[in-house]
Design a protein around this ligand. Structure first.
Ligand SMILES: Nc1ncnc2c1ncn2[C@@H]1O[C@H](COP(=O)(O)OP(=O)(O)OP(=O)(O)O)[C@@H](O)[C@H]1O
Ligand SMILES: [Mg+2]
Length: 513
């Protein structure tokens, strides 16, 4: 007797694909983002979509949702050909397609509750039935097993919490296809496992999930199949169980990646920055740490542990109520970011679109912005040629995927935007770098370039303070890791104790010997 299911995939035999893209080409002015790509998503399948920054992953997902109008090609939803001329995001939602975008698409002044149900408000007698919506939201949060305050404007929420709201918004509607574009880039191990759990439930209901991520371990943990894109072209599709991580990396970057982390610098100089008893209400309290010249220190902690607020406080954007900051042994009161920059600090924030870049500016302007004074001739004229050369050099080093320095950063892929935020502080020649999730959304090949740059900084005697949700990255790069738990330093991990097990237990508030 033949099985109703294909061996091991769990996909019913003869099932009609939920989504099928045939020969999809997408051209933007000057860029062919997708070139004759085929893509199929089956019911009950989690399909990993991978590729370098700018490979076309988000573009492909937007062709499915109708946000992009493909230049050529065909789209079939549940076997029915879609008339592309009238196809839009509203139409795709009507057909059961939901997406969580890589960049936040929330109304920042509205509450979580309003954001989740926007466009689907339950009404009673013509009025919005808030009681019913609140009940529905509570059920939704129970299902997601997440605890996010839904009654405050989302601009007050943390990055990871906003991401949960985006997810809640996508799963609340009865949908058949869910596209997750780098949902987990801002999440911690614990939350990611929760996402996998949710994906498992949705798959069992017969939904199809398109899963975009640069964290390749996740592809092996939760995807059934994969598709690799490279420069807008379809490289390969197959079953995840037939390949290993090394093979996948090779397909993505076109070569083998033999070394992931550069050997750590161990020649340290004087203490560059030290904080003592740093306290900010509701964020962190009594924080003590130091970083020497040539050293990378890591800050780890679950969402809400206070890491982002801590680096923001050092950069002068989060108010402090107590404690002292010393730079090169001298006590300083950092009033604002301008002051912090003057003191030699550089800051790569976790939210690049709102804090890291000026979306109205082009690549060159964004890159040279904090270093403008370096390019002033006779203190009078701006040397635009030197600016452009410097911007070119640093962005080439970071393997930025672009066609002109004068193109707007708005249209760049997410990972390429992130590279520019890093480039601008590298160019500024800061002495102490505060990096809040610097490799978020960065592809596997370019991550290595960033690691090499961090290493090069330390060898020039610079200091780096780094926040990352990826423990592997912290272990590979940091000389010392400070673990925050509910606003306090729970543990300092270095040497032989620098293992995933020790760090995870400290993250959860249990200190191991
Ligand atoms: N609206 C747009 N206008 C012009 N070019 C665009 C637009 N959207 C995307 N592109 C270009 O299309 C290419 C593919 O971008 P896309 O965002 O799909 O990449 P991606 O694979 O999602 O990358 P990442 O991993 O960095 O998110 C890039 O070269 C990008 O600059
Ligand atoms: Mg993308």
């Amino acid at each position: 007797m033949t099985s109703r299911f294909q061996a091991e995939t769990g996909i019913p035999n003869g099932a009609v694909p939920l989504v099928e893209l045939r020969h999809c080409t997408m051209e933007f002015p000057g860029v062919r983002a997708l070139d004759n790509v085929n893509f199929t998503l089956m019911p009950g399948e989690c399909h990993g979509l991978v590729g370098e920054n700018g490979a076309g992953k988000s573009t492909l997902s937007k062709c499915i949702t109708g946000e992009n109008h493909m230049t050529k090609g065909e789209l079939f939803i549940e076997g029915r050909k879609v008339r592309l001329s009238g196809y839009s995001i509203h139409e795709s939602q009507r057909l059961g397609i939901q997406v969580v975008h890589q960049e936040f698409q929330l109304m920042s002044e509205m509450t979580g509750l309003e954001n989740i149900f926007i466009g689907h408000y339950a009404r009673r007698g013509g009025l919005i039935d808030w009681k019913a919506l609140t009940k529905k939201a509570r059920e939704l949060m129970d299902f997601l097993q997440c605890d996010v305050n839904l009654s405050v404007p989302v601009r007050y929420l943390r990055t990871a919490e906003k991401q949960i709201i985006q997810l809640a918004k996508a799963v609340q509607a009865e949908s058949k296809v869910l596209i997750l574009d780098e949902l987990t880039a801002v999440l911690q191990e614990k939350d990611i496992l929760n996402i996998f759990r949710i994906i498992g439930i949705l798959k069992a209901k017969g939904m199809g999930i398109v899963y975009i991520s640069h964290r390749l371990n996740e592809i092996f943990e939760c995807c059934d199949s994969y598709t690799v894109l490279c420069d807008g072209r379809h490289i390969h599709s197959g079953n995840v169980r037939d390949i290993d991580k090394k093979e996948l990396i090779k397909m993505i970057i076109g070569r083998e990646l033999t070394q992931v982390y550069p050997p750590m610098n161990r020649r340290f100089g004087d203490v560059m920055l030290e904080v003592k008893g740093l306290t900010a209400p509701k964020a962190f309290r009594d924080i003590n740490f130091y970083v020497r010249s040539g050293e990378v220190i890591g800050l780890a902690g679950l969402v809400g542990a206070g890491k982002t607020e801590l680096v923001q406080a050092i950069f002068g954007t989060h108010p402090l109520t107590g404690g002292k900051i010393f730079i090169k042994g001298k006590e300083v009161t950092i009033k604002n970011p301008r002051h912090a920059i003057m003191l030699g600090l550089g800051y790569v924030p976790d939210e690049r679109r709102t804090l890291g870049l000026n979306m109205k500016f082009d690549i060159k302007e964004n890159t040279v912005l904090p270093s403008m004074s370096r390019f002033r001739k006779f203190k009078l004229f701006q040397d635009h040629r030197a600016e452009a050369q410097a911007a070119y050099d640093i962005n080439e080093k970071l393997e930025l995927n672009y066609y002109s320095l004068w193109q707007s950063v708005e249209k760049l892929s997410g990972g390429n935007q992130q590279k520019i935020v890093i480039a601008k502080w590298m160019l500024r020649n800061s002495e102490i770098f505060l990096l809040d999730e610097p490799t978020r959304g960065i592809d596997v090949g370019a991550k290595f370039e960033i690691y090499k740059l961090i290493d090069a900084l330390t060898r020039q005697g610079k200091s780096v303070i780094m926040v990352s949700p990826e423990l592997e990255e912290l272990i590979g790069l940091c000389n010392r890791i400070y673990i925050l738990y509910e606003g306090s330093i729970m543990d300092i991990v270095e040497g032989e104790r620098k293992t995933q097990e020790v760090i995870i237990s400290s993250l959860l508030g249990v200190k191991e010997k």
